[in-house]
Write a protein of this length. Structure first.
Length: 264
């Protein structure tokens, strides 16, 4: 009887432990990269915007981050423990295909959802994140619960739904989740980590940089892509001076005001 009870609660205990681990991981990443961006010579030399953060931004973002970590914990606990996800044993091929399918799906759909959230009637969903005109590592955790729900359903919710018809390796969704966290954090560093030639290279035509997303925060309309640039290039919502700004940031020539534009 006792064993049955323990076994019945075991998935939820595992889900809670996973949620706590992920929260601790995100908080640790924010702390480490905040220290790095503020103290490292490399990061200070390669700022995209050399503009002080307004008073109160960090406090507001801490409140938003706390809300997001609680939401993520509940979602992850449900995702890993509810039995709603039908899993198959992992192989190198099915993990890779699951990751690739999730990545492409989210990139395409997120672009249109992100643009929609910039419309006046839907901006209340996205407003909290855009309180930061100049991002910092903490910004990557600052969202409204409505927007975090959108993020979670795009990848995790879609994977759960598809798994009802085509069981998937949960390891593929975990790999995407880890990639999402790392790339999302990268985009909010306000530090250009890539070399000056990257934005003009063939790979830079597809993969975003910290500069790419920093310009979205500063200019608001444009650069709606998540971790790639191809949707913005396809639909004409990328900034013509992006490649120049990226090269300048990597060369130690940051933007000095939010309204600044540079010749391409």
């Amino acid at each position: 009887m006792v064993n049955d009870v323990v076994q019945g609660y075991a998935p939820w205990i595992l889900g809670l432990a996973t949620a706590l681990y992920l929260a601790a991981r995100s908080a640790t990443l924010v702390a480490l990269f905040t220290l790095w961006t503020r103290k490292s010579r490399f990061a200070q030399r390669r700022q995209v915007f050399a503009i002080p953060l307004p008073i109160g931004q960090t406090r507001r973002e801490l409140a938003g981050a706390a809300q997001v970590l609680i939401f993520d914990g509940v979602f992850v606990a449900l995702y890993t423990s509810s039995g709603w996800f039908r899993a198959v044993p992992p192989t190198a091929l099915n993990v890779l295909l699951t990751f690739a399918a999730l990545f492409l799906w989210v990139e395409v759909i997120y672009y249109f959802l992100h643009r929609a959230m910039h419309l006046p009637r839907f901006f209340f969903i996205h407003k909290r994140h855009h309180q930061a005109l100049v991002a910092q590592p903490l910004t990557f955790l600052c969202f409204s619960w409505q927007e975090r729900l959108v993020h979670s359903l795009l990848a995790g919710g879609t994977a759960m739904l598809v798994s009802q018809f085509l069981p998937l390796p949960i390891e593929g969704t975990i790999a995407y989740s880890v990639t999402f966290v790392l790339l999302d954090l990268l985009g909010h560093l306000n530090t250009e980590v890539f070399p000056a030639w990257f934005g003009r290279s063939w790979i830079g035509k597809f993969i975003y940089t910290p500069t790419f997303h920093a310009l979205h925060h500063a200019r608001f309309r444009g650069h709606y892509g998540l971790f790639t640039t191809f949707m913005d290039r396809l639909f004409g919502t990328w900034f013509p001076d992006y490649e120049r700004v990226q090269s300048d940031a990597a060369s130690g020539k940051p933007m000095l005001s939010l309204s600044e534009r540079r010749l391409a």
